[in-house]
Write a protein that binds this ligand. Structure first.
Ligand code: 5GP
Length: 177
């Protein structure tokens, strides 16, 4: 039985089962790439925490986890002005870092984070995103792992919010225009 969608939400894009299966596939790719290395998952608060938790559980090698928070000075990254509001707790010097993102849209946030983290001496730095919307990209960023490509519609659920609501929807859904 599917619970009813909240008002304002138009339709489900990906079901719980589709999300679970796809995350398991991507986690297997991550496991293979990083076997024998010092993997640290860095999640960007708050949108990425549901994805981080689901992904980390499926990865079959030991991982460390850290968080950072950013503030953007516009919604949907329109101006691209981003700064770190909460920094990592620990150094990433010499570690294999996987930046775990909810969505890469214009790419401005990801580019800023890659540039910032690259300056801290990681052994490697890659991106794993739940959602990718390449149709709105303004700057090129290397997306190493991605679960789903999505159309140009605003989505919520599985960590993604609308005015801080709907993060706890277990599905990924499109908002009504
Ligand atoms: P970018 O810097 O790539 O344009 O934007 C990344 C950030 O914009 C995401 O981390 C997310 O916070 C927000 N964002 C972009 N598209 C969507 C969307 O469709 N839904 C939600 N909830 N947030 C989005």
């Amino acid at each position: 039985m599917n619970p009813p969608l909240p008002p304002g939400v138009e339709k489900v894009l990906f079901t719980e089962e589709q999300i679970r299966r796809r995350i398991a596939e991507v986690a297997a790719e991550v496991t293979e790439k990083y076997r024998g290395r010092n993997l640290k998952l860095i999640a960007v608060l708050k949108g990425s925490i549901f994805f981080l938790a689901a992904l980390a559980r499926e990865i079959e090698i030991p991982v460390k986890i850290d968080f950072l928070a950013i503030s953007s000075f516009s919604s949907r990254g329109a101006s691209g002005a981003v700064r770190i509001a909460k920094d990592l707790d620990e150094s990433i010097d010499g570690e294999d870092v996987l930046l775990v993102e909810d969505i890469v849209d214009t790419g401005l946030t990801a580019r800023y984070l890659l540039q910032t983290l690259a300056g801290r001496g990681p052994n490697s730095l890659s991106i794993c995103t739940l959602l990718d919307r390449t149709s709105r990209r303004l700057v090129q960023v290397p997306v190493d792992f991605r679960c789903f490509e999505i159309p140009d519609r605003f989505v919520v659920g599985f960590g993604l919010d609308h005015k801080q609501l709907y993060r706890n929807l277990p599905v990924i859904a499109v908002m009504k225009p």
